[in-house]
Design a protein around this ligand. Structure first.
Ligand SMILES: [Fe+2]
Length: 318
C-alpha cells in the first residue's frame, strides 16, 4: 500500500498528539548526576610524560557512554602538566570539548600547577563566571545541590615558565570576605570545592574547616591535589555532634589512584562513587625502567580495595 503525502501527514499529526509517543524514554542529561575529575596533568609538549592524555580520553569515553549523561562535570584543578603552559591547556581542550558538545556543563577549578591567565587565554568564557575578579571562583547550580569552586592557586601569572609556584593553597582576601558574607546564609545544600585539602585553607582568622562546620548549608568539602581517594572527618569541636565530611579525588591519569568519581543525589543524600582503573606510582609500569613484582602486586591490591568504594553525604536542610 502506498501512503499519499496527505495520509502520511495526517497520521503523523495524530501520533504527535498522543502524549509520550515520541518522547525520549529517558532524559539525555541527569540533573542529579555529576562527575568529579581532578589532577588531569595533560602534557602538551614533546619530550614530557604523554600518558595522561590517553588516560583522560579513557575517562571522557566512559563518561560519554553513560545513559543518561551527567548534567555537570566539576574539574578540581591541575589541568596543566606542571607549569601551566598554554600547550598543556590546548592539548586537553579537545577532550573537554567532547563533554560540552554533549551538553555536559563544565566547572573549572585551579590547582597549584595551573596558571590562571594562560588557562583563560584558552578558555576565555570562564572569566565571565567568576564571583571574584582576578580569581576563578564559581557557583554551579546542579539540580537540588550547589557547588562552590574556590580558587586557592597562589602562583602569580608572571612567574617563570619553569616555576611551579607554591605547592600549598591560599584564599585571597576578597575571596575570604565573599565566603564569610555569603556561605552562612546559603539556602541550598552546597558542596564547597577546591583543589587543596581543607587543612591548607583559612578564612578570616579561622581555619576553613571550622568555618564550614558553622555554615548550615554545607553538605561536604571536595578536593584534589593528593591524587588519592580518601575521606576525612576534621574535628573542630569536641562539644558538637556535627560532622564535616571531606573527600579527596583520584587523578584522571598522572599518578596515584587513577579514575574519576560520580556524585549522585537521591532524596536526602548524595553518594560519591569511585571508578578506579588502576593505581601506579610514580608512573605506569610501561613508563618505568624496572618494577619489582611486589610493587606491582601492591599497586593491584590498592586498586582492588578501592574498587566500588563510596562516600555518603547527607544533605542538610538549611
Ligand atoms: Fe596534581
Amino acid at each position: 500500500m502506498q501512503l499519499s503525502r496527505r495520509t502520511f501527514l495526517t497520521g503523523f499529526t495524530a501520533a504527535a498528539a498522543v502524549p509520550g509517543l515520541f518522547a525520549d524514554p529517558q532524559p539525555r542529561l541527569d540533573p542529579n548526576l555529576t562527575v568529579l575529575l581532578s589532577d588531569i596533568h595533560v602534557n602538551g609538549l614533546d619530550g614530557g610524560d604523554k600518558y595522561p592524555r590517553g588516560k583522560l580520553a579513557r575517562v571522557i569515553n566512559d563518561i560519554l557512554a553513560m545513559a543518561p549523561l551527567p548534567a555537570h562535570a566539576i574539574l578540581f584543578g591541575d589541568i596543566a602538566w606542571l607549569h601551566g603552559r598554554r600547550e598543556d591547556y590546548l592539548a586537553s581542550a579537545p577532550e573537554f570539548k567532547r563533554l560540552s558538545d554533549a551538553g555536559i556543563k563544565i566547572t573549572w577549578g585551579m590547582g597549584n600547577h595551573d596558571r590562571r591567565s594562560t588557562f583563560l587565554e584558552v578558555h576565555p568564557d570562564c572569566a565571565q563566571a567568576t564571583k571574584i575578579p582576578g580569581r576563578l571562583v564559581t557557583v554551579t547550580e546542579a539540580g537540588p545541590i550547589d557547588f562552590i569552586m574556590l580558587d586557592g592557586l597562589q602562583g602569580t601569572d608572571d612567574r617563570g615558565l619553569t616555576d611551579m609556584g607554591p605547592g600549598n593553597g591560599k584564599l585571597c582576601k576578597d575571596q575570604q570576605d565573599w565566603l564569610l558574607a555569603e556561605l552562612p546564609k546559603w539556602k541550598k545544600p552546597v558542596f564547597v570545592c577546591s583543589h587543596f585539602p581543607v587543612g591548607e585553607l583559612s578564612v578570616g582568622n579561622q581555619k576553613l574547616a571550622r568555618f564550614l562546620h558553622a555554615c548550615p548549608a554545607v553538605a561536604g568539602y571536595l578536593h584534589g591535589h593528593d591524587h588519592r581517594w580518601y575521606k576525612n572527618l576534621p574535628i573542630e569541636s569536641w562539644s558538637s555532634p556535627h560532622v564535616l565530611r571531606t573527600l579527596c579525588l583520584p587523578s584522571t591519569g598522572y599518578w596515584g589512584d587513577i579514575g574519576y568519581v560520580t556524585l549522585r543525589v537521591a532524596g536526602d543524600r548524595a553518594v560519591a562513587a569511585l571508578h578506579e582503573y588502576e593505581y601506579y606510582f610514580p608512573k605506569p609500569k610501561e613508563e618505568l625502567k624496572q618494577l619489582r613484582e611486589e610493587d606491582e602486586q601492591l599497586w593491584k591490591a590498592i586498586c582492588d580495595e578501592n574498587r566500588l568504594a563510596t562516600c555518603t553525604f547527607h544533605l542538610p536542610r538549611p
